[in-house]
Design a protein around this ligand. Sequence first.
Ligand SMILES: Nc1ncnc2c1ncn2[C@@H]1O[C@H](COP(=O)(O)OP(=O)(O)OP(=O)(O)O)[C@@H](O)[C@H]1O
Length: 340
Amino acid sequence: MLLVKIKKTLPRFALDVDFQALPGITGILGPSGSGKSLTLQCIAGLKNPDAGHIEVNGRVIFDREKNIRVKTRFRKAGYMFQHYALFPHLTVKQNLAFGLKGRTKKEIEEKTAAFLKKIKLEGYENCYPNELSGGQQQRVALARTLIREPDCLLLDEPFSAVDPDTKQYLMNEFLSFLKENFGGTVLLVTHNLEEANLLCDHFILYGNGKVLQAGPKQDVITRPESAVAAKIIGCRNILRVDRSWGSFCTIGGARIAVGIGKEARYLGIHAHYIEFADNADENAFDYRVTAIHQGIENCLVTVETPWFTVEAFVPPREIGSVLSGEKKLVLPKEHLMRLS
Ligand SMILES: Nc1ncnc2c1ncn2[C@@H]1O[C@H](COP(=O)(O)OP(=O)(O)OP(=O)(O)O)[C@@H](O)[C@H]1O
């Protein structure tokens, strides 16, 4: 487990975060410049917080008040950079051995051989990084980090350098490799929601140097607390509430049933929960389609009602009936999210 409670003030930015991350993969998501990479750098010991405390599996690696500042190489925090940062002039084997400085020759031989096997690159030990595919390079980078037996892994956009075609394959490979070879806490910084959704167990949402929300992935996706959090997790429909009372509110004059809950400044609904029905008593509106973006599995349609506009995913086989104009747009109450 990783405990992080740190503050760092830069000339035009202030980081002030407090979170814990359990074993498994925790995705840190947030807009550009919200402090994600800075957090990883503080944990790895590449940057020093001005205040706070960092603990990995019960071992304090930073505590400003107690003047504890464990050196980077003793933190057991494996930091993997965006572009893998393999040494181009070193072979695969030398890259793997790089982190084992100070160990006996025998130990280095044994460990590098074991890791070459794990990453299925036996026979490639004398190759240079430019002779490897993107996926192979990534495995070497991951192995070079894991060979030092870190207590936690810090991954900063590990797939940003990969083309979209190979990305899916790499992510699956990465996940199974990690499951077999690492049982600790992984922090994964990413901009890519699809990637985060596939890989992560938990989410931490960042906004302007602060943690907006944290929790199990599914909870955060289905129950974002604020409009900003909903936007980060990819909610396409965030509607400004004019007035709310009891279990109702109005949006642009339309009365909407939302169920009882906290005071809401916005209502959110994921595009895949919007329905088109022949009959519905509640939250059903006349509409017209103003745009269609044809996808492979779904079409994304922009739908205008006299009171608000939303985007909805519609399976291609249903698009004809949605365009017919004989249906109503329905916002199912159970999928409306009250947002602050
Ligand atoms: N050495 C530095 N000196 C001054 N400001 C810095 C320094 N490093 C980072 N910052 C600022 O800190 C803020 C957070 O940067 P950080 O790289 O952590 O953002 P991020 O959330 O990782 O963004 P991105 O998703 O674009 O990588 C930014 O406003 C950045 O300009």
